[in-house]
Design a protein around this ligand. Structure first.
Ligand code: MLT
Length: 409
């Protein structure tokens, strides 16, 4: 029989969001006809904006003619999109990112998961805790995580982010080679300001660490002092890879498009001590394993940078952030302690009476028919917390708050 990658057997049986979906489905089957408000996985509910849909129609028509048809595209993405990214997402913020430092992908989940391909299996990893499970699970798959013991992987350094430290992680003590940061943060919905993020860049520069910076939620930033890109911090181009996504920005969770920036000044070292460009390695990896995001989807992403696209994207983000405010205000009124939701579409709730995250999940599902995500699913420091997303319909969000208020915490 074929030998398998043993690391997969070390993983918990199900990916967090699959397990949440399984439990909701089981509840639905046991209680047919019950109206469950789903605020678990951060999937969007607003349709794709007109500018992007129009662009997709045009791109689909391109495929009808031998003169405008597009087959395989560049693995790195089309320059029409990469140029817009360099100009609107970076130059407009005073950051210089070259076109050849931008790699279009089918989303940040894939890239944050795949990026480990270019790193040594020996690299030590640090994550903020709680954390988006993809970072940890993919390091388990590639054999970097060690063994699972009391909910912690032995070779991963966990950097707790809790109400006690204001959700600002302390700098690592175990000299990690790779540090995953996600800001605005999934799942806590909190952020780091410029000064706080600069400490991480300085740390990485001083300790030769590589920061994997996931800024999938940057479009939700409202505070001026919160950087949209890690490259706004001087020196970050020597220590950070940045991941972006159109999923939460423009409702592309189904369309699939995002991008990763791997600066050319980012160097690694091989086992003979020779310096190697990470940009070159990622390019090599992508050319081999990825055939690029589809032409039609990249045209849709390009349209988001037009004035019409920008306006329509902002309308949708404002819609979700109104939900976030409804959740923050309503749940606080209901007697719960809540965090996040100001620069991010996630609300992080302290469970009442030290209830466990899964018990609170069950309580909300059975008593209110509201489904969220248990904080403990995101890591040990998520225990005693619970996440709701602001990505629902406004009416459902208001209704969910009304149902929760009846519980009287
Ligand atoms: C989440 O709910 O954390 C996200 O939707 C997951 C993802 O983006 O993959």
């Amino acid at each position: 029989m074929i030998k398998i990658n043993d690391n997969f057997c070390k993983l918990p049986a199900a990916y967090l969001f699959s397990e949440v979906a399984r439990r909701i489905d089981a509840f639905r089957k046991a209680h047919p006809g019950v109206d469950i408000i789903r605020m678990g996985i951060g999937d969007v509910t607003s349709p794709i904006c007109q500018a992007a849909v129009d662009a997709m129609h045009r791109a689909a028509d391109d495929q009808l003619s031998e003169f405008t048809f597009h087959g395989y595209g560049p693995e790195q993405g089309y320059s029409f999109l990469r140029e817009k990214i360099a100009e609107y997402d970076y130059r407009s913020r005073g950051v210089n990112v070259g076109i050849d430092e931008i790699f279009i992908s089918d989303g940040a989940k894939s890239d944050t998961g795949n990026i480990g391909d270019i790193l040594s299996r020996d690299c030590k990893v640090a994550v903020t805790d709680p954390v988006y499970p993809v970072y940890v699970d993919t390091n388990v798959m590639s054999g970097r995580a060690g063994e699972l013991c009391d909910g912690r992987w032995s070779r991963i350094e966990y950097l707790p982010c809790t109400a006690e430290n204001g959700f600002v992680p302390a700098l690592p003590v175990d000299n990690p080679d790779v540090i995953y940061l996600c800001y605005p943060n999934n799942p806590t919905g909190t952020t780091l300001n410029r000064e706080q993020l600069a400490k991480w860049v300085d740390y990485a520069l001083a300790h030769n660490a590589l920061i994997m910076f996931d800024s999938a939620y940057e479009a939700y930033i409202t505070d001026d002092d919160v950087p949209h890109s890690i490259y706004e911090i001087p020196g970050a181009e020597k220590v950070a890879i940045e991941f972006r996504s159109y999923s939460k920005t423009a409702g592309f969770t189904g369309l699939r498009c995002g991008y990763t920036v791997v600066p050319k000044s980012l160097m690694g070292v091989d086992s003979d001590g020779r310096e190697v460009s990470l940009n070159a390695l990622w390019n090599r990896r992508q050319c081999t394993k990825f055939n690029g995001a589809s032409y039609i989807v990249q045209r849709a992403a390009e349209a988001l940078y037009t004035p019409k696209g920008q306006r329509q994207v902002k309308e949708t983000i404002d819609y979700y952030m109104r939900n976030a405010k409804v959740l923050r205000d309503g749940l606080t009124e209901a007697g719960l302690e809540v965090f996040g939701g100001i620069n991010a579409p996630y609300i992080w709730i302290k469970t009442p009476d030290a209830m466990s995250s899964w018990d609170f999940f069950d309580l909300l599902l059975t008593e209110c028919n509201v489904a969220g995500t248990p904080g403990s699913g995101f890591g040990p420091s998520g225990e005693g917390y619970f996440r709701l997303t602001a990505f629902g319909r406004y009416e459902n969000t208001v209704e969910a708050v009304e149902r929760l208020k009846k519980l009287k915490f």
